[in-house]
Design a protein around this ligand. Structure first.
Ligand code: UDX
Length: 438
């Protein structure tokens, strides 16, 4: 089989499919990326992925190439290219997807299945099927399926090898049979399968991301309400989460969601709803987006207060740069948004992250970078905990307290033990926990 697009999703999927025993070729147009991967080097940090790639390269089940022609003999082609937000609109940019299909089509000379995994607006699979019918020399031999991917960064390997469910979006039983063969080891191990038609499979993915975004923004809206009413959002979330109808996951208030997927997907979903004349049905997602973006400014406001009303001439230790822990991905990172605002207002944002320093430095060269949490804290007027890396949870507030100028901390991720930090003489504040601030 082939995997087209060796970004985050493609590389993990290619390695995962090889691990299931398939012969896999990963294709990407970036020669540097392909050279690194062929050499067993993953161009981003993802726990366990290096080992998976190295093992499958050595076993001869996994190869990488820049040539689409090398994919020609495969029976199944997974499309894993990115579908970012358009620069001029909130809709998805499908240019990489169209380019991949155009590059692949001329080489397809025998019966095969093209399987989309990228997150796309509903109707894309039908459009690609039509493109292939026109572009492939004998277009009738190629069919299209949609098999959305739900992997999370940081746990991508486990999510690929032990997914919660497989969604098989197919137009006929032949395609379903092929996909069931591809995933046979997972299905035999008990992974539930949902069979759907093409538009349903496309909608499942955007609906899933929208639901998670809504859950996070719900609890962050409650955090705003808690700030106004004296209640504690962490206790509210704990009690809500104990109800199995609600569930405890994705109820952590704080800085909100970032990363390369959720925000752009909920925006593209709204754009597609608008095109289909049902913009009103998803209008609430605009509010979900707005609540999420407000979280960042609310954390900035808490910090500004701790810095005496403004950042000019102040130093803030910024703990975290990645959009979430266990990744070096800084796309739409709430932590770097906060750091950037501090710096823009004349303050020094001294950033430390266990994995994302290289990416952060490249994208935000004007920020200050520290070599450790202690180094970041040296002489700081406040400490901002902005990414919930486990190693920050175990920081000793007494040790850090000796480094800072003032013992002020804003816990933007509700990670730290408030009592412990207060006991060590810190002014601890966190969004949605007003009682701690008095
Ligand atoms: C998400 C989806 O989970 C995944 O299924 C999809 O394939 C891609 O998008 P990912 O972007 O890797 O995955 O991150 P996820 O673990 O879902 O977290 C998203 C963001 O929400 C992070 O910034 C995280 O910090 C934040 N978050 C998560 C919260 O603020 N509170 C929570 O309770 C949970």
């Amino acid at each position: 089989m082939s995997v087209l697009g060796c970004g985050y999703l493609g590389v993990t999927h290619a390695a995962g499919m090889a691990e299931l025993g398939h012969q896999v070729i990963g294709i990407d147009i970036d020669p540097e990326k392909i050279a690194a991967l062929a050499d067993g080097r993953v161009p981003f940090f993802e726990p366990g992925l290096d080992e998976l790639i190295t093992r499958n390269l050595a076993a001869g089940r996994l190869r990488f190439s820049t040539s689409y022609e090398d994919a020609a003999t495969a029976d199944v082609h997974f499309i894993c290219v990115g579908t970012p937000q358009r620069s001029d609109a909130s809709a998805a940019d499908l240019s990489h997807l169209h380019a991949a299909i155009e590059a692949l089509a001329p080489s397809l000379a025998h019966e095969c299945l093209v399987v989309g995994k990228s997150t796309v607006p509903v109707g894309t699979a039908a459009h690609l099927a039509e493109m292939l019918r026109v572009l492939v020399p004998d277009g009738d031999t190629v069919s299209v399926a949609w098999n959305p991917e739900f992997l999370r960064e940081g746990t991508a390997v486990a999510d690929t090898l032990r997914p919660d469910r497989l969604v098989l979006g197919v137009a006929d039983t032949a395609a379903e049979k092929v996909l069931r063969e591809v995933y046979a080891p997972l299905i035999e191990a008990g992974v539930p399968v949902v069979v759907a038609d093409l538009p349903t499979a496309e909608v499942i993915k955007t609906a899933a991301n929208s639901f998670m975004a809504t859950k996070i923004s719900f609890i962050n809206a409650i955090a705003e309400f808690c700030d106004a009413s004296g209640a504690d959002v962490t206790v509210v979330a704990e009690a809500l989460g104990r109800d199995p109808r609600i569930g405890e996951q994705f109820l952590k208030a704080g800085l909100g969601f970032g990363g390369g997927c959720i925000s752009k997907d909920i925006r593209a979903f709204q754009a597609r709803a608008h095109d289909l004349g049902v913009g009103h049905a998803l209008a609430f997602l605009a509010e979900v987006d707005a609540v999420n973006l407000r979280c960042r400014d609310r954390v900035v406001e808490l910090l500004r207060k701790q810095c005496g009303g403004g950042f000019a001439g102040r130093r803030v230790a910024v703990l975290g740069a990645a959009f979430k822990p266990n990744t070096d991905d800084i796309r739409d990172s709430p932590a770097l948004y906060v750091a950037e605002l501090i710096s823009r207002e004349g303050g020094v944002a001294a950033v430390y992250d266990p994995r994302a320093m290289g990416n952060a430095r490249q994208a935000f060269p004007h920020l200050t970078y520290a070599t450790s949490p202690l180094d970041a804290a040296r002489g700081a007027d406040a400490v901002a905990l902005l990414t919930d890396w486990q190693e920050f949870a175990t920081l000793d507030p007494r040790v850090l307290g000796k480094e800072v100028k003032s013992r002020n901390v804003v816990d933007g991720r509700h990670l730290l033990d408030a009592e412990e930090w207060q006991g060590a003489g810190w002014q601890y504040v966190a969004p949605g926990r007003p009682a701690l601030q008095s």
